[in-house]
Design a protein around this ligand. Structure first.
Ligand SMILES: Cc1cc2nc3c(=O)[nH]c(=O)nc-3n(C[C@H](O)[C@H](O)[C@H](O)COP(=O)(O)OP(=O)(O)OC[C@H]3O[C@@H](n4cnc5c(N)ncnc54)[C@H](O)[C@@H]3O)c2cc1C
Length: 496
């Protein structure tokens, strides 16, 4: 047999494609990374979407999961220019009475701000924050026998609950609203099981390393990952959109940073009938409608906490957020949608000309929605920041169709690579011994349509590439970062 062109080819250069390519390259293989667009990065791109000099994060903006990632933490990304900025308030949650709940790095200070719920907040979060270094490897992974079973069991007891149930631990509207805003990152009705999981992970991450943003924009994460991959000997080719397996150079393993709908188009004929059936049954979740603004001043939030926050959750009470998410899941477009807003330029002066600002926001909409939610989103900002509209000097919007045209992984505007409900949380995209293997030997999925799902953490890519290394090349991946181990080895090296 003739030698293949490469040991491995990775299709798609989002954070998971980049992570997979690095894992394979670290093992000494020859790896080609193909990207359909002219620029690498997937959900990690930054561009002047509105006016010259205003740099907007096209997709992801805030990166608690990137700094918590057990894989990214093993990589020397700072050497390639990646610098994180951590806003003093990770997330603020304003209410109609002009006050706001605020999540800061200190768990004690955050709890104190929740008044009568301070104790309940500490009881819920303290054990998770204390055990997170071990938990991270178990949570950000496919289903497996946990390395820390007791910690995982404690996490699971709360994480498996619907957020509306977990919220009954709190009595104040502030703590209940705060939890609802965190859980709404699950992009599904808050009465669904497991909606507490993402909320707890995000709160825990805030109390460990904050919710940072990269200086210069999210593109900085992709650029640093790509520079590291190339320094290890990897090759990148952009502008190659893969429509068929026949386009690919020969390789022993091919990993796809795409979702099931695209895999079916590219490789469907070569997959087993059962696996094709499983992929066709895969469900996508709600979409998003996104707005970026160029502003001639900071957003004039009434509550001071919001003016110091990297992220602001606009949705008022738990009841209002739960209603809005439920209505959206049923196909409606609420007048008062839950809005996630980031204000990067408050902390990073490279994002806008002097004295000017950028802001980024989105709300959830039904999958495939064609409705323009600009007015509803701006009304929500205005509600908590009177005078906001007068500061707008430029605007760019994305409907669900425009998002999908920009990146085919956002099917119907779903930014999580598929619904993250209890039926698809661990078994995405299909119930199999390994969710990363397809039915065809040597072909793998490595996108957020595999566990642990959406977000910029690279862990889907890490686990998929580890699977391919073991299956095809009989090699082991480099170990993941484990803070407890690294603290232990630091102590050992001091002692020796
Ligand atoms: C508006 C928005 C806001 C978000 N905010 C955040 C946030 O603040 N924090 C966070 O952690 N996450 C956020 N996310 C989610 C995050 O961006 C994604 O979960 C993440 O990027 C998924 O990574 P991935 O590698 O699986 O896929 P992607 O990042 O989608 O990358 C896939 C890549 O593959 C390429 N590709 C696809 N098909 C082909 C093909 N056939 N041939 C060649 N190339 C192909 C695409 O062009 C793309 O570059 C956000 C997403 C969006 C859209």
């Amino acid at each position: 047999m003739s030698k293949p062109d490469y040991d491995a080819v990775v299709v798609g250069s989002g954070p998971n494609g980049l992570a997979a390519a690095i894992v394979l390259q670290q093992a000494g293989l020859s790896v080609l990374l193909l990207e359909g667009k002219d620029q690498i990065g997937g959900g990690l791109r930054t561009a002047e979407l509105t006016l010259p000099g205003f740099r907007h994060d096209v997709c992801s903006a805030i990166h608690p999961l990137a700094v918590a990632s057990p894989f990214f933490q093993t990589l020397p990304l700072a050497q390639y220019g990646l610098e994180y900025i951590t806003p003093p308030v990770a997330a603020a949650h304003p209410f109609d009475n002009g006050t706001a709940a605020a999540v800061v790095n200190s768990l004690a200070d955050t709890a104190r701000g929740l008044g009568a719920d301070a104790r309940a907040y500490r009881q819920l979060l303290e054990p998770l924050v204390a055990t997170w270094p071990g938990l991270a490897n178990d949570v950000l992974a496919p289903l497996h026998i946990p390395r820390h079973p007791l910690d995982m069991a404690r996490f699971g007891l709360s994480a498996l609950l619907p957020a509306t149930v977990l919220a009954s631990r709190f009595q104040t509207p502030e703590a209940r609203g705060l939890l609802a805003g965190m859980a709404a990152h699950a992009i599904q009705p808050l009465s669904n099981p497991t909606t507490s999981a993402i909320g707890l992970v995000l709160l825990t991450a805030a109390h460990r390393k904050g919710w940072p943003l990269p200086r210069g924009g999210s593109q900085g994460i992709a650029d640093a990952l790509a520079a590291h991959f190339v320094a290890l000997g990897g090759q990148i080719e952009t502008g190659t959109y893969v429509r068929s397996l026949t386009q690919l150079p020969s390789a022993k393993a091919v990993l796809f940073d795409v979702t099931p709908a695209q895999l079916l188009q590219i490789a469907g004929h070569s997959l087993s009938a059962v696996y094709q059936w499983q992929l066709r049954r895969y469900r996508y979740g709600m979409g998003v409608f996104k707005v970026d603004w160029a502003l001639d001043g900071p957003i004039p939030f009434t509550a001071a906490e919001c003016r110091q926050a990297g992220t602001v959750h606009l949705g008022n009470t738990l009841e209002e957020i739960a209603d809005s998410e439920k209505a959206t899941a049923r196909g409606a477009h609420p007048d008062k949608p839950f809005v996630l807003l980031a204000q990067q330029s408050l902390f990073d002066d490279s994002r806008a000309p002097a004295g000017k600002h950028t802001a980024w926001a989105y709300c959830h909409v039904p999958n495939g929605s064609a409705v323009d939610m600009t007015a509803a989103i701006e009304q929500q900002v205005e509600r908590f920041a009177p005078g906001f509209r007068e500061r707008i000097i430029g605007r760019h919007t994305f409907t669900t169709a425009q998002l999908e045209a920009y990146n085919p992984n956002y099917v119907g505007g779903d930014i999580n690579g598929g619904l993250l409900d209890i039926t698809q949380l661990f078994t995405r995209p299909a119930l199999r011994a390994s969710p990363y293997r397809t039915s065809r030997a040597g072909l793998y999925l490595c996108s957020s349509a595999t566990p642990p799902g959406g977000g910029v953490h690279g862990m889907c890519g890490y686990h998929a590439a580890s699977r391919a290394l073991r299956d095809v090349f009989k090699l082991q991946p480099a170990p993941l970062y484990h803070e407890a181990d690294s603290a232990l080895s630091a102590v050992k090296s001091l002692v020796s």
